[in-house]
Design a protein around this ligand. Structure first.
Ligand SMILES: Nc1ncnc2c1ncn2[C@@H]1O[C@H](COP(=O)(O)OP(=O)(O)O)[C@@H](O)[C@H]1O
Ligand SMILES: [Mg+2]
Length: 251
């Protein structure tokens, strides 16, 4: 079996999260996840099964027709639903042995949620961490779960389901992260977003409020822009243009 080594800041937590993700994927037709093979805490790395013939969705979407793009959105929504559901069965804190961190304000003004409906978030559910094939939108590979608080915004391990959904939506918008910029015509974005959220809701038999996802999306984009424009980082005009375009579409 071909493998590769991934270095990460908290390899042990990443390894555990990969294990959980791989187990969940064994029960799904919609997605798979690489099997974690070994853990080297001293070297700060984990060894993972290599999945061949797949490419990041960030590379597939720009060349995909609308039918394929919608198919991918649907598969990704369903996959995330199945992932969240299977992770809900687990006492996550015990498995990961990590503290929760509360996020500032990101879920303000959303509809109420019961404690039991919180999920273990993937944590970095963006276009680059979902792999697939252009001629088969019915299956994806999910990689790179983030066990540590997310770079731009500290988020809890047990969190609202809207967080991963909004992260994906903000990537669809092409702003967060800016470099994954799909060339899809803007008018397709609403459909991709709707397909994603509907498929998620169907997979889990839950009702997700599209407006709530959108509110979290806007906050993630703002947090990302804030992080991107921190003083020690050079902010290019190209990125600024994309951010401003996003703001004007949503103001
Ligand atoms: N197990 C895997 N099988 C196939 N390709 C992979 C696998 N893991 C990573 N990749 C490829 O490497 C890229 C980066 O991997 P990732 O783990 O997301 O690292 P990072 O985001 O930290 O750079 C992915 O977008 C994908 O193209
Ligand atoms: Mg990644």
């Amino acid at each position: 079996m071909r493998t590769f080594h991934k270095t990460c800041s908290d390899p042990e937590a990443a390894y555990r999260k990969y294990e959980l993700m791989h187990q969940a994927s064994l029960q799904s037709d919609a997605f798979s996840s690489p099997r974690p093979v070994s853990l080297d805490v001293a070297a700060g790395s984990i060894e993972l099964e290599w999945i061949s013939d797949v490419r990041p969705v960030s590379e597939i979407l720009p060349g995909a027709n609308l039918e394929c793009a919608l198919g991918l959105s649907k598969t990704i929504g369903r996959s995330l639903g199945e992932l969240h559901d299977s992770w809900q069965m687990i006492n996550v804190e015990a498995v990961l042995d990590l503290p929760g961190i509360t996020e500032p304000g990101i879920f303000d003004n959303l509809g109420p949620i019961d404690e039991q409906d919180l999920v273990l978030g993937h944590g970095d559910f963006g276009l680059g961490n979902i792999l697939g094939q252009i001629d088969d939108p019915s299956h994806v590979v999910i990689i790179d779960p983030e066990p540590a608080p997310f770079l731009t915004l500290p988020t809890a391990f047990r969190t609202r389901p809207e967080l991963d959904l909004a992260h994906f939506c903000s990537c669809l918008e092409g702003v967060f992260p800016v470099r994954y910029y799909p060339v899809h015509h803007w008018r397709a974005l609403g459909k991709l977003r709707t397909e994603l959220i509907e498929a998620y809701g169907t997979a889990r038999s839950v009702d997700i409020d599209h407006g709530d996802v959108h509110r979290v999306t806007l906050r993630l984009v703002s947090a990302f822009a804030h992080w991107l424009t921190r003083p020690e980082r050079k902010f290019s005009n190209r990125m600024l243009g994309r951010f401003l375009a996003f703001r004007s579409r949503n103001s």
